[in-house]
Design a protein around this ligand. Structure first.
Ligand SMILES: [Ca+2]
Ligand SMILES: [Ca+2]
Length: 115
């Protein structure tokens, strides 16, 4: 009885070790805890606010609609005469400090795109 138990234990140990070796050499271990960032996101320019592959006046307009606003709602204003609401846009907050200000514009648009 004891010998059978020992044999069973040895078989389980061999199966376990084989699984570990296969897992390690297959590259699945150790698993990374870092979030996966696609190459698309990495290659995207910061100033491409509409994500169409360029940095033009359309992107600048998106920036302007967020200028002088903050993540807490400060500066947000409805501008029905222009057909839009000025509000915080995290894409326009290039330095991520919670407000869209001139320092973000300098990061995003060192040269203001032509219309
Ligand atoms: Ca664009
Ligand atoms: Ca900012």
């Amino acid at each position: 009885m004891r010998q059978k138990l020992l044999i069973l234990l040895c078989i389980l140990l061999v199966v376990f070790l084989t699984t570990m070796v296969v897992t390690i050499f297959s590259g699945e271990y150790p698993r990374s805890n870092k979030p996966e960032i696609s190459n698309e996101v990495l290659s995207r320019k910061l100033c491409d606010l509409d994500n169409d592959g360029d940095c033009d006046y359309d992107d600048y307009k998106i920036y302007l609609r967020a200028e002088r606003t903050c993540i807490d709602g400060r500066g947000a204003i409805d501008l029905p005469q222009y057909g839009f609401k000025r509000e915080y846009n995290p894409l326009a907050d290039a330095n991520g400090d919670g407000c869209v200000l001139a320092d973000d514009r300098e990061l995003l648009f060192p040269v203001i795109p032509e219309r």
